[in-house]
Design a binder for this molecule. Structure first.
Ligand code: GLY
Length: 346
């Protein structure tokens, strides 16, 4: 099939790469490849770390995609962070959140040991005061490296505008900005991150709560630490704000006091594409020529390899997974009741 993929973020590129590998004639269309949420995402491959009450389907998809990542990263020549993830609480109330997290995981057959401060410190010597912790095997990846590798593989197939030739199929992978008539299926949820450079990065990915404020610290191999991320429903262009940066740096410095001397490299923001049920849209629409690979909310990087397979399977005629089938939200009238913005793409 001749396929146009709209959107060169990690999801669109992964889909294009998979379709190309299966012998389809693929063109990716994006005026600014890799500049959306993928450019800012911390890259936690973190099904267990992101698990929460009422999101069993999200966890199931995340675990399935996490299992694909080691081979996927190796194929792209990208290194994974393999030192694990610590989830910690600062005060007694934050410790309650850690215990609730452990409870969610146990319910899904992922037992974890609750750690006290000394055990957390033993694993991560630079950490400040903690009341409770758990250690997870969740990995991380640098999404910018993944996008760069996928773009290199798709060289010559990425364009800034639609080709004249009509495709057999169009895959819409434009993140939080879906074209009509699908605009209202996702809403933008702002996430701000601060990039720091330090000589004393944590060995683990560290996620935690400090006096109720959630934060995560994701170390890269070169001393960079991505501190994220705010979560804010809004209807303006996403921008890093003074309040957002403060809400990230204050708890980050409590969890890892040595970050006090870290160099600030950048403060950035993008919109996460959130659906009503927090599950992505992967598969056919009620337009027989259009498929969606969008709405991944907090999980775009984690779910990219699985999405690519599911999308390619659906495009080749397989019945889509009902949990992610975009038609769960579509009627003959394309209800677009949750829109907070969006614009036609390309
Ligand atoms: N996946 C982490 C976030 O969306 O902040």
């Amino acid at each position: 099939m001749r396929v146009h993929v709209l959107g060169a973020g990690i999801v669109g590129l992964a889909c294009a790469d998979e379709l190309l590998a299966r012998g389809h004639d693929v063109t990716v269309v994006d005026p600014a490849p890799g500049s959306g949420a993928s450019a800012v995402a911390a890259g936690m491959l973190s099904p267990a770390g992101e698990a929460w009450f009422g999101e069993a389907d999200v966890l199931g998809l995340g675990l399935a995609s996490a299992a694909l990542w080691p081979a996927y990263a190796a194929g792209l020549g990208v290194t994974l962070h393999e030192h694990g993830t610590l989830v910690v609480g600062y005060d007694a109330g934050d410790g309650q959140d850690v215990e609730r997290h452990a409870e969610v995981l146990a319910r899904h057959g992922i037992p974890v040991d609750l750690l006290g401060h000394a055990e957390v410190r033993g694993l991560e010597p630079g950490i400040g005061r903690t009341s409770r912790g758990i250690r997870l095997d969740d990995r991380a990846v640098d999404p910018r490296a993944v996008v760069a590798s996928l773009l290199a593989r798709l060289r010559g197939r990425v364009r800034d505008r639609l080709p004249a030739a009509r495709p057999d199929a169009t895959v819409v992978a434009t993140g939080a900005l879906l074209p009509e008539p699908w605009t209202g299926l996702v809403r933008g949820v702002r996430g701000e991150v601060v990039r720091l450079r330090t000589t004393v990065p944590p060995r683990h990915v560290v996620r935690g709560w400090v006096a109720g404020e959630p934060v995560y610290l994701v170390p890269r191999a070169d001393g960079e630490v991505v501190v994220g991320a705010t979560v804010e429903e809004h209807d303006e262009p996403p921008a890093a704000t003074a309040g957002g940066v403060l809400r990230l740096l204050r708890p980050a410095r409590v969890l890892l006091p040595a970050l006090d001397r870290a160099e600030v490299l950048a403060c950035e923001a993008r919109d996460r594409p959130a659906t009503r049920d927090h599950l992505p849209l992967v598969g056919p629409t009620d337009d027989p020529r259009t498929w969606l690979a969008a709405g991944h909310f907090r999980h775009g990087v984690l779910l990219a390899p699985l999405t690519a397979r599911l999308l390619a399977d659906a495009l080749e005629g397989a019945a889509p997974d009902p949990a992610v089938d975009p038609r769960r939200f579509l009627t003959a009238n394309h209800p677009t009741t949750t829109t907070t913005g969006g614009m036609p793409c390309a």
